[in-house]
Design a protein around this ligand. Structure first.
Ligand SMILES: [Ca+2]
Ligand SMILES: [Ca+2]
Ligand SMILES: [Ca+2]
Length: 347
């Protein structure tokens, strides 16, 4: 074979093999493609037309507990950011990568928070410039990671896109750069539900929105889904998607340590057990009242410490949450109907 024939043959092989690579799969044909190094890249030209950046705002009850008299530029109270700067050590305990794809201590967060589409890709799952993201103080300082699902407007059990984002002290949910609105590169629908979740709180879902306006879960007037009286018996969940605090803010319910869809104190599948396991695993034995510092599921008030024994312990906060729940009229410690007001998603 002559040399230029060999060259042409090689060229053909290269051409055929590259044309066989699936550029993007069906998830996101127009916006993501496999680069030569086999890493996903986003085509920024198409990103603008096919994706959506959403403005979402929410409060977590745990981070709002005992929040100081510090207010954002719009006059609303800021959550504490004790996981970013521990009041005990000054250390940041917030992970640099999406915790919803991992097991945190004893709880596999990926069981409930399953990514679809491009949501789990590395560029959407990692904080690359941690010094700048975690260096921000004030209203835009980072509180923790949250998980956001986009659900079909026609079928509120169907998840069509997901992202993990960062929560700022003023409640804004931002991208992994700590600043931008949360981008859903593969969201093409014009109407959808937005469901927000946190690893130790109960989630909440909006009614259908177009994404043009702020989706403000901190405002009790924002229309959200609840089961109403469809669960039968005397249970009426109307208005119980979120908890409203003394300042009139709506917040996600704290105490869901095992990251399922209910808040429970007594077995089985109770949240109390997670705090016990974390305590046994991480607190110096015989010194339960000292607690342990870090990024824990049983940290009800998100103060960077799990504490089992009195005083100001996470166990009693959980117990009080269950006892004082609006529908727990008999103040039962083993109340089992404290459930997340979000329909169970399709697998
Ligand atoms: Ca903000
Ligand atoms: Ca739970
Ligand atoms: Ca705590």
């Amino acid at each position: 074979m002559k040399l230029h024939h060999l060259y042409l043959t090689l060229l053909c092989i290269v051409f055929v093999s590259t044309s066989n690579i699936s550029y993007g799969n069906n998830i996101s044909n127009e916006i993501a493609f496999l680069n030569n190094d086999n890493k996903w890249k986003i085509n920024t030209e198409n990103q603008i037309s096919s994706g959506k950046s959403l403005r979402i705002r929410l409060y977590l009850e745990g981070a709002m507990l005992n929040a100081p008299n510090v207010f954002g530029s719009d006059g609303k109270r800021l959550m504490r950011d004790d996981l970013r700067v521990s009041p005990f050590t000054g250390i940041n305990y917030i992970p640099l990568t999406d915790p919803y794809q991992k097991t945190i201590k004893f709880v596999n967060l990926a069981v409930k928070h399953k990514h679809v589409g491009v949501g789990s890709l590395p560029q959407y799952s990692a904080i690359t410039d941690s010094a700048s993201v975690f260096g921000v103080t004030g209203e835009n300082a980072i509180v923790d990671w949250v998980f956001v699902e986009i659900r079909s407007a026609n079928n509120n059990k169907q998840v069509i896109a997901t992202r993990s984002g960062l929560l700022q002290r003023d409640g804004h949910v931002v991208d992994v750069d700590g600043v931008s609105d949360l981008l859903f590169p593969d969201l093409a629908d014009s109407e959808f539900h937005v469901a927000v979740f946190h690893r130790n709180h109960l989630g909440c879902m909006s009614l259908p929105v177009s994404g043009g306006d702020l989706i403000d879960f901190t405002n009790p007037q924002t229309p959200v889904f609840d089961f109403g009286s469809t669960m039968g018996g005397r249970l009426n969940y109307t208005g119980l998607c979120r908890k409203t605090n003394q300042y009139g803010y709506a917040m996600l319910w704290a105490g869901n340590f095992n990251a399922d869809s209910a808040i429970k104190f007594d077995p089985p599948k109770d949240d109390h057990n997670i705090l016990m396991m974390e305590t046994l695993g991480f607190v110096e034995s015989g010194n339960f009242s000292k607690g342990a510092l870090g990024y824990f599921q049983g940290d009800y008030d998100m103060n960077s410490k799990i504490k089992y024994d009195n005083p100001s312990d996470d166990k009693n906060m959980l117990f009080a949450q269950v006892l004082l729940y609006d529908l727990n009229l008999q103040l039962l410690g083993n109340f089992t109907y404290f459930i997340e007001q979000v329909p169970t998603r399709n697998p």
